[in-house]
Design a protein around this ligand. Structure first.
Ligand SMILES: Nc1ncnc2c1ncn2[C@@H]1O[C@H](COP(=O)(O)OP(=O)(O)OP(=O)(O)O)[C@@H](O)[C@H]1O
Ligand SMILES: [Mg+2]
Length: 258
């Protein structure tokens, strides 16, 4: 796990004031960290610290104002396809398409680059415990199921890295716990690198190998923390003293940075 797949070097982002007298806004200041192959890394921080902005810069959806993102991929033939799968808080499924057709949608957008791999997508449906729901429409699925379809869609074209922006934030606590466990299973089976945004301390500790703790005004890195809790993790993990210690340490860190 020693080779970085993403290297974030001194990234800054300034949003220009929209009116003449409005001040520029420093959303991110000198953000640097590496994400290594196969790692599960979380970005944890309060609302407005720039987590979503950073994910968008990493995936090249918006430009940074300064700094550089390096993406490493040893596989030349794969270079033509996007390196990132993106899962948002809202599943953003197309309502007129079935779950399977939603999951296959990315192949249509890049039709000249990669052929739809239905076998792989069907396997992802199984991994996401969605088998039997391939022909269902989004309106027939629960919120948790829709997010699972969004995860399948993001992995359909086999990107190296999965970027997730508070994917379970809108779900109830029980479904959220279930999906956390399911995500760990999918991560384990697919060996993807995951960069996961959350403002839930316990979710970050439960899922991650490492947590990049962010503070606000300006958005910056407070700490790069390794979570040395053995895997596989399960519901009992959340009752362990080490889990509690990490949660406490992070809570104090975030409180002190306010
Ligand atoms: N296009 C934009 N123009 C101006 N300011 C912006 C723009 N996008 C984001 N910002 C500002 O940058 C800051 C960081 O926003 P961002 O959405 O990245 O935060 P976040 O950490 O993802 O917050 P949350 O946890 O609430 O999702 C916020 O203060 C936001 O108002
Ligand atoms: Mg956000």
């Amino acid at each position: 796990m020693n080779e970085p797949v993403v290297s974030v070097n001194n990234i800054s982002k300034i949003f220009k004031g929209s009116k003449k007298k409005a001040k520029d806004f420093v959303a991110l200041e000198n953000i640097s960290f590496d994400v290594f192959k196969g790692e599960f890394v979380s970005l944890l921080g309060p609302s407005g610290c720039g987590k979503s902005t950073l994910l968008k810069i990493i995936s090249n959806l918006i430009p940074s104002t300064g700094g550089k993102i390096d993406i490493y991929n040893e596989n030349e033939t794969e270079k033509k396809i996007p390196q990132f799968g993106f899962v948002f808080q809202d599943s953003v499924l197309l309502p007129w398409r079935t779950a399977l057709d939603n999951a296959l949608f990315p192949f249509e957008i890049m039709s000249n680059k990669k052929k739809a791999d239905e076998k792989h997508v069907k396997r992802l449906f199984e991994l996401a415990k969605l088998n039997g729901f391939e022909d269902s429409y989004p309106r027939q699925l629960s919120g948790g199921m829709k997010q699972r379809v969004a995860i399948v869609r993001a992995l359909s074209y086999n990107p190296e890295i999965l970027l997730m922006d508070e994917p379970f934030g809108a779900l109830d606590a029980i479904t959220r716990d279930e999906l956390n466990n399911l995500l760990l299973e999918i991560w384990h089976s697919t060996k993807k690198t995951i960069l996961f945004v959350t403002h839930s301390i316990s979710e970050a500790v439960y899922l991650s190998d490492r947590i990049i703790v962010m503070g606000t005004k300006p958005g910056r890195v407070l700490e790069d923390m390794h979570i040395d809790i053995p895997r596989p993790r399960d519901e009992d993990t959340k009752l362990s003293p080490e889990f509690f210690n990490y949660v406490k340490k992070l809570r104090v860190m975030l409180k002190n940075s306010e």
